[in-house]
Write a new protein. Structure first.
Length: 678
């Protein structure tokens, strides 16, 4: 027989051996919760003699479910594959597939995703007589509809709220449309099984009898409907174990209800609460900071992370204070290089930020430094259409290539159709020139005069662009001139044609504002001339140049992530940028300060060995630098727990200084030798 408690600490062992009745496992960051789930599952199978198919483990990702099943099967053998694991949505789908007739669904019902739901709503809205309907955000309406469905609401709480009125009109139409189409949306995968359980006790009893044990991972992320689903499953035998950490509940904005885990013992009388507080991930120096910050939250289960007794205390976390966010981005790249020079791989290092808008400047500096990176949980700044278009304009104005020229020929729209492009393509093949060269010879290609004039207009724009953005008003920056030119040629209007949401257009234009800031930062250091512009374009295009897809996948890369995307991950080195008021807590998204503090805590606890925090004294907003105050969470950390560098630079040690001087003298000697030879 396998000893499922071998190697576990006392708290982990207690959680594994408690198999009867409700159990809340409060698993602190890095405390080995997956090991506990696997061991507990194996112990139940072995001690109670039940079948794996009688245990249901609900997770939030398919990846987590597969890992759990794989680890159990590795120890109990092939029968472990019968363990029922999956997400809440996949569980709901399986219930509906089995009982589709009782749920009022056709046998071959389909499942639609959020994109499909959005398209259905758009169509329904187009038939509604409301002069302001184009100004509504469809995603917000869908979110409110799901909230209403979960709570059973059918009428507005505030009749003056135009969104609530619109939801009241659309909800019955939307549900009727799903019924006609014979499909279930993502929210329906949870609500319909719950509705089925309420209406058909026989079905509920069958499902309850099938699963003798239910476990839920990441319980702090459950919403009201998911909690109701769990309760319906276990109210008979009450053999339910939930694992989670209220201190890592960071998804309130998408419906997660932290009260589910906070009040769990109140909902289940006799609930056993076990705290996994021993952290096996981070050094004591990092854990100390995490505890200091999260302790300020009042609505939480009492829990203190404790370091592994055998762990070395580790380096003190560092705080760097920079004059502005331009310098911050540049020095973050310097910090990455600092750690890589000391033996860390690029993939050992993560740069974390509160919102995606902070990542663009950092991406640019990593490109400039030729440091490979990847974006997790979002679109990279230089992968966005707006950035690629802006870069293509500069490329074509300085040293054009075919890819860049094809990209901008109709961005904004110039009425140069596919027929014209095909004709220019054919002409390029005949005369043996590249496409963008053949386009200048449009008359020879037989292009109509009026269309040819548009092509000429594009070339006039490109030929004059360097001087336009470098010259002009000396009080304006190169970036401001470039942005003004994009506005003048109708590029913002062109972006507006791709979305009816004014907020989405603002975000797209903000991407270009960040791009021009990156350009200004480059020009400030290189000079206001075409040579610097060319160096900028080359540096921004340089990443991954010449690599195959396979080589790109294998190259170790620095990870860039938002704080929400980093949850569940860990890195030897974490650089946590922008620790300022109005960033964290966020000025518009941070209405729940407790959740923002938990988000800060999540960021800190991703670090295993080294933690670097940064902030800027001034940050550019709406085109101007404005003073920026340190985050309140930063101020909650006792100063003695941090090594602070108020000038933004880490002092150089004596041995390192000698090495740097030796390198400098070697370069001077080498250059002198070359001059003599010349």
């Amino acid at each position: 027989m396998h000893d499922w408690t071998k190697g576990l600490n006392p708290e982990q062992r207690e959680a594994v051996l408690h198999t009867q009745g409700p159990l809340l496992i409060l698993a602190g960051a890095g405390s080995g919760k997956t090991t506990v789930l696997v061991s507990r599952t194996g112990h139940i199978l072995q001690s109670e003699g039940i079948e794996p198919s009688e245990i249901c483990v609900l997770t939030f990702t398919t990846k987590a479910a597969k890992e759990l099943k794989h680890r159990v099967a590795a120890k109990v053998g092939p029968r472990g594959k019968d363990l029922v694991t999956g997400t809440f949505h996949s569980f709901g789908l399986n219930i509906l597939r089995k009982y589709h007739q009782k749920a009022g669904l056709p046998s071959g019902f389909g499942v639609i995703d959020q994109g499909d739901s959005t398209e259905i709503l758009k169509e329904l809205m187009s038939n509604i007589k409301n002069s302001a309907k184009d100004s509504f955000k469809v995603d917000k309406i869908l979110s409110m509809m799901n909230e209403w469905r979960g709570s059973g609401r059918r009428s507005p709480q505030n009749p003056a709220d135009e969104y609530e009125v619109m939801v009241q009109v659309l909800l019955p139409k939307y549900l009727r449309r799903l019924e006609i189409l014979g499909v279930v949306d993502f929210e329906g995968l949870l609500l319909k099984p719950l509705e089925l359980f309420k209406n058909d006790m026989k079905v509920l009893e069958e499902v309850r009898a099938r699963f003798k044990h239910v476990m839920v991972d990441e319980f702090q992320d459950t919403n009201v409907t998911q909690f109701q689903l769990v309760r319906a499953l276990v109210d008979g035998h009450r053999n339910v174990a939930v694992v989670g950490d209220d201190d890592q509940s960071i998804y309130g904005w998408r419906g997660a209800c932290v009260s589910n885990i906070l009040d769990f013992p109140k909902h289940f009388d006799g609930c056993r609460v076990i705290r996994l507080e021993r952290n096996y991930r981070s050094t004591p120096a990092i854990i100390g900071i995490a505890n200091e910050v999260i302790a300020k939250n009042t609505a939480r289960h009492g829990k203190v992370l404790r370091p592994n007794p055998d762990a070395d205390h580790g380096e003190k976390p560092e705080l760097f204070v920079f004059e502005n966010d331009d310098i911050e981005a540049e020095e973050v790249a310097g910090q990455v290089r600092f750690f890589m020079d000391r033996g860390y791989k690029a993939s050992d290092i993560a740069v974390l930020y509160r919102s995606n808008g902070q990542g663009g400047m950092i991406e640019a500096q990593l490109r400039k430094a030729q440091i490979p990176y990847s974006i997790t949980g979002g679109t990279g700044f230089f992968d966005r259409k707006e950035t690629k278009d802006a870069l293509a304009y500069l490329r074509c104005a300085l040293s054009p290539n075919e890819i860049a020229f094809r990209r901008i020929i109709n961005a904004p729209t110039r009425g140069i159709g596919e027929t014209t492009i095909d004709r220019l393509d054919e002409h390029a093949k005949v005369i043996g020139f590249k496409f963008h060269v053949a386009a200048r010879k449009w008359r020879q290609a037989g292009v109509q005069e009026n269309i040819g004039e548009r092509i000429e207009g594009l070339f006039r724009l490109l030929d004059s662009l360097p001087q336009t953005i470098l010259g002009g008003d000396p009080t304006r920056t190169v970036g401001e001139n470039f942005l003004s030119k994009l506005l003048e040629i109708g590029y913002r209007d062109y972006l507006g044609q791709t979305t009816k949401d004014p907020q989405a257009l603002t975000k797209k234009w903000t991407v270009l504002e960040i791009f021009t800031r990156v350009l200004d930062s480059f020009v400030a250091r290189g000079g206001r001339d075409e040579k610097t512009l060319m160096e900028f374009v080359d540096a921004m295009e340089l990443r991954d140049a010449g690599e195959t897809e396979e080589e790109r996948d294998q190259t170790p890369k620095v990870q860039l992530l938002t704080l929400h995307a980093c949850k569940g991950l860990e890195f030897p080195v974490v650089i946590f940028v922008g620790c300022e008021e109005e960033i964290i807590p966020h000025r518009t998204l941070g209405s729940d300060v407790s959740e923002e503090r938990r988000l800060f805590y999540v960021g800190v606890t991703r670090a295993k060995e080294r933690l670097v925090l940064t902030r800027a004294k001034t940050r550019k907003r709406f085109g101007k630098f404005a003073p920026s105050a340190p985050s309140r969470f930063l101020l909650e950390i006792p100063p003695q727990m941090l090594t602070a560098f108020e000038t933004g630079f880490r002092p150089v040690g004596e041995s390192e200084r000698k090495n740097m001087m030796a390198d400098l003298f070697a370069k001077i000697a080498s250059n002198a030798a070359k001059q003599k030879l010349n």
